[in-house]
Design a protein around this ligand. Structure first.
Ligand code: FES
Ligand code: FES
Length: 182
């Protein structure tokens, strides 16, 4: 059957088999291999994407169920100004080793910070509790997500203008007691 799915803002119309999973539609049909497929049991969470603003395991969703809906994948995380703070956080805090779980972790992290701009360690651990990482021990993933939240709080406190400098952001961070680890 023909489906029409808006992925990262771009409309894709494709003929698909009714049994095709969304994760395979993204990877094999659209070539968006940033979304990973890590298990056959819906346990690993490497396949997490947003379906209409909600994180879902794309191996548990049929492509036809996304017909007429919006999907956001890790390829849609960076904006015109560069990497998303979540991506920057994973880089700054070494939130990945092999990187297999990372796209799913980052999609969940983005959703969490959008809904809870100041998540505690407990909040973060709960948000990613449906996702597995066999490398990092989770410690640096939690740190990465906290880093992103703190970075965004500073940026909101000191909106960037043409005159805004890194020093301005750091001064504002000092005023607000936030620590910038960049
Ligand atoms: S591929 Fe493992 S939960 Fe989706
Ligand atoms: S970084 Fe290797 S599975 Fe998480």
């Amino acid at each position: 059957m023909e489906i029409s799915v808006t992925v990262n803002g771009q409309v894709h119309r494709r003929e698909v088999e009714p049994r095709l999973l969304l994760v395979h539609f993204l990877r094999d049909t659209l070539g968006l291999t940033g979304t990973h497929w890590g298990c056959d049991t819906s346990n690993c969470g490497a396949c997490v994407v947003w379906l209409d603003e909600v994180p879902v395991k794309s191996c548990t969703v049929l492509a036809v169920m996304a017909d007429g809906h919006r999907v956001r994948t890790v390829e849609g995380l960076a904006g015109k100004d560069g990497l998303d703070p979540v991506q920057q956080g994973f880089r700054a805090c070494h939130g990945l080793q092999c990187g297999f779980c990372t796209p799913g972790m980052m999609m969940t992290a983005r959703w969490l910070i959008d809904h809870n701009p100041d998540p505690s360690e407990e909040d973060i651990r709960e948000a990613i509790s449906g996702q597995l990482c066999r490398c990092t021990g989770y410690e640096n993933i939690v740190r990465s997500i906290r880093w992103a939240a703190e970075q965004e709080a500073v940026t909101v406190a000191a909106p960037r203008t043409e005159e805004t400098t890194v020093d301005t952001v750091r001064e504002t961070a000092a005023d607000t007691g936030k620590e910038v680890q960049a």
